[in-house]
Design a protein around this ligand. Structure first.
Ligand code: TPP
Ligand code: MG
Length: 765
């Protein structure tokens, strides 16, 4: 039934709309424009002649208050709670981004740089208000009470996820917290928000005892290009709906910068076009976004309800998502500049420190406890069971449709064949493994048959390549560098070919056996002291990233740093590029140096990113990028007795003078420090396996190198260098000769000796 209140309002509007053009009027009285004066000069309005709408600020980049009327309305405890919300989101983001890279969840989206927009605005809303998000507003969820377990259960799609695992990660929702579930198609939430606000308004008209509520609708500036945005604003304006539209203008819509997204004055100017009260605010200023949202809520509830638009200016520091590499379309320096100069978390922290309610110790403590909490929720959610398979058919329709019924029947018959849902995956795994082994056997048999048919007869006269050539040390160094430049880009592919994919397992085992970040031999009670690891010939970062992850994440020891050294600059550049996908804390713990492992007194650093204290102008941007790719001229030394752990994986066989490199390793290691080497070795303990393995290496790999990388020679060299590398026992003796002590036989064979791990310790004085 229509309420009398609503009916009289609608009637009033109809009368107000009946206007007519009066004779001699100075103003337009056409029904479509009632406040316009007649003009007698023809002039098109030019947007460029209008000044850009201002951006409201309360606190500047140094944390100093710049709005003289600002009076903080929160107690110290309340501000600290909100600051911790921002920190929590940023720490969770780093961990989850990293976890996606390890394949532990399928997808993630980071909100780095935008924490103030989400937490600040949410803090000014009421619990009863209704919220629609886009996808980068984890701060809104956190502020309203979404727990770390809630986040993790959704991300891991486990049985505790209220969506029962049917949504992509980051598509959170919470009925209890009045937050509608996020949906992927951009801007669909906006007309829904206007509709919901209209419903709230009508609800209150019908029952004024209901407390006033608003709707908050979040979206990106890219989403504002969708038709839905315009429909939503117009309907909200004409129906006077109490909705606050909150635009996060972060400069990008995936790879599309705002310059290509619109030509007008941002998103704010559009609000005015729709007759909506609008403000533009510094989105990296927590206090400013909170203040404007407080006021916007007040306005939205005035005069029976009306929409308000907030455009929060910020910067997307992160890649768009885990599926994006933003350095393909924007300069690293641009990102580094924003990170360092205008970080919303650092800005609020400076304000809190100036007020005296925060300090370095509290910061450290907060970060550590949040990290622990995130990891705890992470591992609980990861271990949790998945929802029952049948739930995938439920909840969409009240009664199953014939199609769904058919699909369910098919699935049921599968489950009957594999009664236990869990073993079904196990069985699939077994089938895949068996197939893999069969293919492998067929391939090896083919090689063996060719071998028997006489290919072997020719092998004595086979021309040797420089892997077997006798060349000078200098020549070898140059040629090796050439080989690796050729394979730098296809490095993983090359390793996969050489080892049948096993190199990944070996590397994981190698790093696990070293357990970086945890040293029971430290003098203090905590075995997680600082460690300096030197990863030699580690240009692509393969080992270093694993070492850092184990140290920082698994062992919770952030004071471990890794220097990656390589003779080949191209390799280092590949590694440096790859490291961009690591969490910022891990990137900060990495140093890249160009060096010859036989003489670590002269290393040339790959130009580091500018440090936080080093101001950089945009003019300097080009120079910095250039410096990054060009060799630094200054050299520095890795001092004696300075390294805790020296690693070299699949590199030592290429050294021109292995004994000299071992002596150099001994020099740089601290007494008690460990030398650890992973290298292809001799699989000669099982003759048949050895024959097949050699056939594979010498015949198949160079051929595949030719096909995959159009470079037979480089791959030929790689297999020959393996062949020339000393046996496990000989290499162990070389390690001992360099001054190390070894335990037991001094090495561990992997996969029948195809590879081996050698370790030695520099004796304590
Ligand atoms: C209707 C629609 N078109 C395209 C996409 C693909 N898409 C996902 S996110 C995105 C960029 C959105 O940018 P913006 O709204 O500025 O938000 P931001 O990612 O910057 O936070 C695009 C184009 C989509 N999800 N839905
Ligand atoms: Mg955007």
């Amino acid at each position: 039934m229509r309420s009398p209140n609503l009916a009289s309002q609608q009637q009033h509007r109809r009368h107000a709309g009946s206007i007519s053009q009066r004779p001699d009027s100075k103003h337009v009285m056409f029904p479509g424009a009632v406040k316009s004066a007649f003009s007698y000069t023809m002039r098109f309005e030019q947007p460029s002649t209008y000044p850009a709408l201002p951006t409201y600020r309360v606190v500047d980049q140094n944390g100093a208050v710049v709005d003289p009327d600002f009076v903080p309305d929160l107690s110290d405890e309340e501000v600290i709670k909100l600051y911790r919300d921002m920190l929590t989101v940023s720490i969770m983001d780093l961990i989850m981004f990293d976890a996606q890279r390890q394949g532990r969840l399928s997808f993630y989206m980071v909100s780095a740089g935008e924490e103030a927009v989400s937490v600040g605005t949410a803090s000014a809303l009421a619990k009863e208000d209704v919220v629609f998000c886009q996808y980068r507003e984890q701060g809104v969820f956190k502020q309203r009470g979404f727990t770390l377990n809630d986040f993790m259960n959704q991300l891991f799609a486990n049985q505790k996820d209220p969506g029962k695992g049917r949504n992509m990660p980051v598509h959170y929702g919470s009925r209890e917290l009045n937050i509608h579930t996020i949906s992927s198609p951009l801007a669909t939430q906006l007309p829904q928000a206007s509709g919901a606000a209209y419903a709230l308004k009508i609800q209150r008209m019908q029952d004024p005892s209901i407390p006033p509520r608003v709707v908050a609708a979040y979206f990106g500036e890219g989403a504002a290009s969708e038709g839905d945005f315009h429909a939503a604003l117009n309907i909200a304006a004409t129906r006077s709906c109490p909705v606050i539209f909150i635009c996060r203008n972060n400069g990008y819509a995936i790879s599309t910068p705002t310059l290509e997204q619109y030509r007008g004055d941002g998103i704010a100017s559009r609000g005015l076009g729709y007759g909506i009260e609008t403000i533009r605010v510094d989105g990296n200023d927590f206090w400013a976004v909170r203040e404007v949202t407080k006021k916007a809520r007040e306005l939205a509830l005035q005069d029976g309800g009306k929409p308000v638009l907030i455009e929060a200016m910020t910067y997307r520091v992160s890649h768009h998502s885990t599926s994006d590499d933003s350095f393909a379309y924007r300069a690293r320096v641009e990102v580094e500049d924003w990170k360092r100069r205008d970080n919303p978390i650092a800005r609020l922290r400076k304000w809190m420190e100036a007020k005296g309610c925060w300090d370095e110790n509290k910061e450290k403590e907060a970060r550590e406890s949040i990290r622990r909490d995130v990891l705890k929720a992470f591992s609980e959610a990861e271990r949790e069971k998945k929802p029952p398979v049948r739930t995938m058919f439920e909840d969409v329709y009240e009664h199953l449709t014939p199609d769904l019924r058919k699909q369910m029947k098919e699935l049921k018959s599968q489950i009957e064949r594999y009664p236990d849902e869990d073993t079904m995956t196990d069985r699939s795994l077994i089938i895949v493994t068996v197939l893999f082994v069969l293919i492998l056997t067929a391939l090896l048999t083919y090689c063996a048959v060719k071998y028997v048919r006489g290919v072997a007869a020719q092998s004595a006269e086979q021309p040797t390549h420089f892997g077997f050539e006798t060349v000078t040390e200098g020549e070898k160094r140059e040629r090796v560098a050439g080989v690796f430049t050729s394979v730098a880009e296809s490095y993983d592919r090359m390793n996969d070919l050489m080892s049948f994919g096993w190199h990944r397992v070996w590397k994981d085992h190698f790093v696990a056996s070293l357990n970086p970040g945890f040293s029971p031999l430290t003098s203090g009670p905590d075995p997680r002291g600082p460690q300096h690891i030197l990863d030699i010939a580690g240009g692509t970062g393969d080992i270093a990233f694993r070492l850092l992850h184990t140290a920082h994440v698994v062992n919770g020891n952030p004071s471990v740093r890794v220097t990656i050294s390589d003779i080949n600059r191209a390799m280092l550049t590949v590694g440096r590029q790859r490291s961009a996908s690591l969490p910022a804390s891990q990137q900060a713990a990495l140093t890249f140096v160009e060096a010859n492992a036989e003489d670590l007194t002269k290393t040339r650093p790959l130009h580091p990113y500018p440090s936080a204290s080093e101001p950089t102008s945009h003019d300097a941007q080009g120079k910095e990028e250039q410096a990054f790719f060009e060799p630094a001229t200054a050299t520095s030394e890795i001092p004696s007795n300075s390294v805790d752990l020296y690693t070299v994986a699949f590199g030592i066989r290429n050294f021109s003078n292995i004994p000299a490199a071992l002596r150099e390793a001994h020099r740089v290691l601290k007494p008690g420090g460990v030398f650890a080497c992973l290298e292809f070795s001799k699989a000669d303990k099982h003759p048949l396996f050895n024959a097949l393995y050699k056939e594979w290496s010498f015949r198949a790999i160079p051929l595949i190198g030719q096909l995959v990388a159009a470079d037979r020679d480089s791959y030929q060299y790689l297999v020959e260098s393996i062949e020339r590398f000393p046996s496990q026992e000989e290499f162990r003796d070389m390690i001992v000769d360099a001054g190390f002590v070894v335990a037991g036989q001094g090495y561990e064979d992997l996969t029948g000796g195809v590879a081996a791990i050698h370790k030695g310790m520099k004796p304590r004085a």
